[in-house]
Design a protein around this ligand. Structure first.
Ligand SMILES: [Fe+2]
Length: 543
């Protein structure tokens, strides 16, 4: 494994552009130089977006090779470990993703339509156990009963087998394959087209859907609710809240005990994927753009989403204590806005850090104008977006902070969610690193070989390299202790060992990523692919 010293890409860019950051004297000059360096990074990223390079890996990879479904449930006690598990790392790393139990009804269906699978690595006194189970949704059980795939295209019930077709109740066909949530003493598996599925946190047995004792009125629940670390409240939403392709957005504030405190019902500018959200101490932020649907499209038997490059990107800003008339919708250029790092409010401004794509990321949601999917624009960059609430303008200021593409499954130290967080963490492909194509049997362009710690303040990148036959899934930051400074802790995540056809959980010191692993947990098989994970500290669930 090679190691690489810390890179200051923004300084490098500033130097290359002749801006002389180091020589600049006075705060004003430095600020101006930083701004111009960010502008240059934006220009370079735009140039790169037009270069011809292989496509990035999709959020959930193909059903072939390393990612062929394994279809089993299992437990591994006292897993093999290389290195030493830190003694202060006690809790569970819970992961949710998708795997096809039965193959899809249509070969060109979205990978996002595969069956939910939940797993966890349980850390206790330096030892690790693994457990993996299917999320037994109503749909999973119906398929098992029929012994075949009954369900058609992604979020299109009109394409389902007549035995289960029910367009009036689309939430019943959720696969619950996107993210885990630990909240109010309960564990859930989430997907944005249905209600949360309750999961036993110890056995991972499925316990049915959850509507917050009837207080949750939306038919859907986001896969990315946000928990305020200051108040302990959860902010969550459901879009297409009143049925297929509906323009209703319901927004909820839920107290730490799980009781709904507040509901706001909004209309969206146009119906689109609303996958993630951000919160600040004062505002709720809803980014989306590009994807479109309609009742006619669904009745025509198409996959739920198409891409319309003429549609603006949108960011909604709703005061945490506001009502429907208080939302403000900002508009921007063509963007695919899936995930965010974090946001915070500073005076009259909302600052949002997010790894948004230039354009459509998903090849299985094709352009509505019939043009081919463009992989060169399916690239995400670390962006800083400033929304000025004092301005009359309906758009925002955007800067690209790092000039190379990154994975869009970004994380922060969650104790800083809604506050001015300095660090973001995400995977990326470093083409300078070695890659053993002969043993890995895949193209290096599809391999996420590094985790990065992105310093939003200084522009510095620190990088962890997983090895020359490994590809990384979403990472997770775990603080070393409750009151440790921001970013002091561990960075963990699952690596696919492409040469050995097995999965390995890597554990690194988040402040010393260049030094490589502290430890690796070795599974003797290919674990189900993760979309999102969460760290659940020990004693979160009693009993
Ligand atoms: Fe997500």
């Amino acid at each position: 494994m090679t190691q690489k010293s810390e890179i200051d890409r923004r300084s490098f860019l500033a130097g290359a552009a002749g801006l002389g950051v180091a020589a600049a004297s006075g705060a004003q000059n430095a600020a101006r130089a930083t701004e111009r360096a960010a502008e240059r990074a934006t220009e370079r990223a735009t140039e790169r977006a037009t270069e011809q390079v292989p496509p990035p890996a999709a959020a959930m990879p193909a059903r072939t090779g390393f990612y062929t479904p394994t279809r089993f449930e299992g437990d591994v006690y006292d897993c093999e470990v290389v290195g030493k598990i830190p003694a202060d790392l006690n809790g569970a790393f819970v992961r949710v993703g998708g795997e096809w139990f039965y193959p899809p009804k249509f070969a060109d269906d979205a990978a996002l339509n595969s069956d939910g699978y939940i797993s966890q690595f349980i850390f206790r006194n330096g030892k690790v156990d693994y457990r993996g189970r299917w999320v037994r949704t109503a749909r999973f059980e119906a398929n098992r009963e029929a012994q075949r795939q009954l369900y058609g295209y992604y979020r299109n019930p009109y394409t389902d087998d007549p035995k289960v077709r029910d367009p009036a109740r689309p939430a019943l066909r959720t696969v619950s394959n996107t993210s885990p949530l630990a909240f109010a003493g309960k564990l859930f598996a989430l997907k944005e087209d249905g209600l949360p599925q309750r999961i036993d946190p110890h056995t991972l047995e499925s316990l049915g859907s959850w509507d917050f004792n009837g207080q949750w009125q939306s038919q859907t629940f986001t896969a990315h609710p946000r928990i305020d670390p200051v108040s302990g409240e959860m902010i969550a939403f459901g879009y297409e809240a009143t049925g297929l392709a509906s323009d209703d957005l319901f927004v909820y504030t839920i107290d730490p005990s799980g009781a709904v405190k507040r509901e706001v019902r909004l209309k969206v500018p146009y119906v689109s994927v609303m996958h993630d959200m951000a919160i600040t101490q004062k505002h709720i932020v809803f980014p989306f753009g590009g994807y479109v649907t309609s009742p006619e499209r669904l009745k025509a038997g198409k996959v739920h989403w198409g891409w319309d490059s003429t549609k603006p990107s949108q960011i909604g800003v709703l005061p945490r204590d506001g009502d429907a008339q208080d939302v403000r919708w900002f508009r921007g250029p063509e963007r695919c806005m899936m995930h965010v790092f974090n946001a915070y409010t500073e005076g009259n401004k909302v600052i949002l850090h997010a790894p948004f794509y230039e354009s459509n990321f998903f090849p299985f949601f094709p352009p509505v104008d019939g043009s081919p999917w463009n992989p060169a624009k399916a690239r995400a960059y670390v962006r800083k977006i400033t929304l000025d609430l004092a301005s009359q303008a309906d758009t925002w200021k955007e800067e690209i902070l790092f000039d190379f593409p990154v994975g869009d499954l970004g994380r922060i130290d969650s104790r800083y969610q809604s506050l001015p967080a300095r660090y973001g963490f995400t995977g990326f492909t470093d083409l300078q690193r070695p890659f053993d194509e002969a043993r890995s049997g895949t193209s290096r362009a599809r391999v996420t070989n590094c985790y990065g710690r992105f310093d939003f303040t200084t522009g510095k990148l620190s990088a962890y390299f997983a090895g020359n036959t490994h590809s990384l899934q979403e990472c997770q930051f775990i603080p070393r202790a409750a009151h440790a400074p921001e970013g002091d802790g561990y960075l963990i995540g699952l690596a696919s060992n492409l040469a050995e056809a097995r999965s390995e959980l890597v554990i690194a010191d988040a402040q010393r990523l260049e030094e490589g692993d502290i430890a690796r947990v070795i599974l003797p098989f290919r674990a189900s692919t993760q979309v999102h994970g969460v760290w659940v500290p020990e004693h979160t669930f009693r009993g």
